[in-house]
Design a protein around this ligand. Structure first.
Ligand code: OGA
Ligand code: MN
Length: 200
């Protein structure tokens, strides 16, 4: 079966090489302006369904203050992004034998003052998350608006990654990272490429 092609702006060789060397990669200008507009519109038109990410099973945690909406089949525009991430997963599986089987994703909204403290997305290798991706979908981001992704790469070097509109950050889910407090509303889609196996 032929795999779906990646968007032209995604340089698969570069992504695979950067992931191999550093454990993370960036894609800038990921999508057409028509698509990014449609995605932003789909996100903002569902704001009333976003929930506090800090509350899980009725328990409040202090480590994050953003708001999220899990993406299902009804969110048709976001689903296309997930289709592309599935295509990327096939390439990652071929190159690194990662065994990625599915993609789980949510929209995230950080209002001014919100953050996500230092964490790993797969702290005990239990949730099947192998690769984390974050797509930034706000229209503008200025240097002094905070909201950076701070990430320790696989060689223990720290990087401060601006949430540039239309950028995708891709990194190993076991790497330590945080979202610095944002000074403006910051919109994204976090998606995890994961194996279906999990011990839950
Ligand atoms: C996450 C996360 C980083 C970002 O959602 O787990 O770390 O830049 N996001 O939004
Ligand atoms: Mn994270």
């Amino acid at each position: 079966m032929d795999a779906m092609p990646l968007p032209k702006s995604w340089n698969a060789d570069q992504i695979l090489n950067d992931l191999d060397q550093h454990g993370f990669a960036l894609i800038d200008d990921a999508y057409s302006s028509e698509y990014t507009q449609a995605l932003l519109e789909e996100c903002t038109s569902h704001f009333n369904q976003f929930r506090d990410a800090a509350i899980q099973n009725g328990v409040m945690s202090q480590i994050r203050s953003d708001h999220i909406l899990w993406i299902n089949d009804e969110l048709k525009i976001a689903q296309q992004h997930i289709d592309y991430l599935n295509a990327l997963s096939e390439q990652l599986n071929q190159a690194f034998f990662l065994g990625i089987q599915e993609v789980e994703a949510h929209f995230a909204c950080y209002n001014a003052g919100e953050f996500y403290a230092l964490h790993r997305d797969n702290p005990q290798q239990k949730n099947g998350r192998l690769i984390s991706t974050v797509y930034y979908l706000h229209e503008e981001w200025q240097e002094d608006w905070g909201g950076e992704l701070r990430l320790q790469d696989k060689n223990e070097q720290w990087h401060v990654i601006a949430p540039k509109p239309n950028r995708i950050a891709i990194f190993q889910s076991d790497l330590l990272h945080e979202v610095i407090q944002a000074k403006q509303q910051r919109l994204s889609i976090t998606a995890w490429l994961r194996s279906r196996s999990s011990i839950w």
